[in-house]
Design a protein around this ligand. Structure first.
Ligand code: GDP
Ligand code: IMO
Ligand code: MG
Length: 424
């Protein structure tokens, strides 16, 4: 039995949900350690499509224990809607547990997310406006409300009164907007607390016990490497740590328990939100990939920006996550579109070439991609069920990516369903 971590290698939406769902069929425990309902993970099975935001993608297996760790931020209304939605479709959430240390997204976090974005004007981050950043700000500021408080009404009341008054000062005096009715928030959240109480348990202890008992444990990454607060394209990032190291802090486990770290990538690149994107295609090819790949956000519905595969980004992801394998999804999207380009390095304005992803945004913004052209492939590959069945040119594309990234590609996605994943 082993402990596996699945992380996004690009700017999110790489198809992590699908890979987690596949690996969860062999797992006893699935753990989410960071982010909140900014994530949107799609799982397709037998024609049914599930869009999960907070609940781990292992939930479709009734025996699997699904844990939400301390590093997450939870909108109680959203998680309850998700539980109700799944229950209505016959999926049990009885095996869901939430760490009492996880922070609660309050209505003022959502309001302030929108207000600070508006204040930034044209330099907005393009957040999901789900209150993620402001909630993590309060966590770091040490004035956050945690799940433990949510399920203890007296604590919730005391803390929400204090922090709510301060937030209202910011909302009314800094942003000159209407104050939030803190009293009605407290009443509303007390009801959420009542319903969520039965799910609360120490995730660090449960994860450790599962590991000690030799169970198969899977950590479900959210977001992606370039959205990491430290290793991403700061400030156009999220406020948590989606890289593999984030699972230790966000679940309360030590790094020594991990056996495999699987990075999920798309066969091209996408991003939602603002910020530099070296291989972005602003032409018809970009539109073609967006439409063929149905690249519209799972959470916000925004059209995703599209571009060629960027091996500089992938090498960065291999390094900062310590990847042991890659899963490359949406290879099917690239068939019948002609020759493909792959970014192998960046060229700086002075003509020098960069092989490593630059730490500063200003440097990245002036980089031009250096491309290699790879022969395209044709035909409907979505029905292939083994790597050997793929057209030779398609295999050559995958092998080229593998060579450039310096990490074995062990899974190839040719469609959104469980059975459209070719293991190598
Ligand atoms: P996540 O956030 O990383 O879980 O990814 P999303 O669910 O936001 O976006 C990935 C989208 O691609 C979803 O609609 C998936 O159903 C879909 N998808 C995943 N793998 C494949 C694949 O190999 N081929 C195709 N065509 N779609 C895929
Ligand atoms: P999954 O798990 C894609 C992006 C937002 C924005 C930036 C900051 O589905 O891959 P935030 O609301 O987190 O403060 O927004 O991060 N972002 C994502 N983009 N997939 C995600 O999650 C994302 N989660 C956050 O679009 O650019
Ligand atoms: Mg997504």
């Amino acid at each position: 039995m082993s402990v596996k971590v699945v992380v996004g290698t690009q700017w999110g939406d790489e198809g992590k949900g699908k890979i987690i769902d596949i690996l969860a069929s062999r797992a006893d425990v699935v753990i989410r350690s960071s982010g909140g309902n900014n994530a949107g993970h799609t799982v397709e099975n037998a024609g049914e499509v599930y869009k999960l935001h907070l609940i781990p993608s292992g939930i479709l297996y009734p025996e699997t224990l699904c844990l939400i760790g301390s590093g997450t931020v939870i909108d109680p209304k959203v998680i309850l809607e998700e539980i109700d939605g799944l229950t209505a479709r016959g999926i049990t959430c009885e095996n869901l547990r939430i760490d009492p240390r996880a922070h609660v997204i309050m209505p003022w976090h959502i309001a302030l997310d929108g207000m600070s974005e508006k204040m930034r004007g044209s330099s907005e981050i393009g957040t999901t406006k789900r209150g993620i950043g402001p909630c993590y700000m309060d966590k770091a500021e040490r004035c956050g409300i945690r799940i433990y408080d949510l399920v203890h009404p007296a604590l919730l009341e005391e803390k929400a009164k204090e922090v709510g008054a301060l937030k209202n000062l910011i909302i009314t005096k800094v942003y000159e907007e209407n104050a939030i009715d803190v009293e009605s928030v407290i009443q509303e959240y007390k009801e959420y607390g009542k319903r969520l109480k039965k799910y609360v348990a120490d995730v660090s202890v449960l994860a450790y016990e599962a590991y000690k008992a030799g169970k198969e444990v899977l950590f479900e990454g959210a977001q992606g490497t370039l959205l990491d607060l430290d290793m991403g394209t700061y400030p156009f990032v999220t406020s948590s740590h989606p890289i593999s190291g984030g699972i230790c802090i966000g679940s309360g486990v030590g790094p020594n328990i991990v056996d495999e770290i699987i990075g999920v990538a798309k066969a091209y690149t996408t991003r939602v939100g603002k910020g530099p994107f070296p291989t972005e295609l602003m032409d018809e090819m970009g539109d073609l990939i967006r439409n063929r790949g149905f690249e519209f956000g799972t959470t916000t519905g925004r059209p995703r920006r599209t571009g060629w595969f960027d091996a500089v980004i992938l090498r960065h992801a291999v390094r900062v996550n310590g990847l042991t394998a890659l899963a490359v999804n949406k290879v099917d999207t690239l068939s019948d579109i002609g020759d493909l380009k792959v970014c192998v390095a960046y060229r700086k304005p002075d003509g020098t070439e960069l092989k490593d992803f630059p730490p500063a945004l200003e440097e990245l913004a002036e980089c031009e991609p250096v491309y290699e052209t790879v022969k395209g492939f044709n035909g409907d590959i979505s029905k292939c069920r083994s790597f050997d069945e793929l057209p030779e040119d398609c295999k050559a594309y995958i092998e080229k990516l593998e060579e450039l990234c310096g990490c074995p590609i062990k899974m190839v996605g040719v469609g959104p369903s469980r059975d459209q994943n070719l293991e190598r």
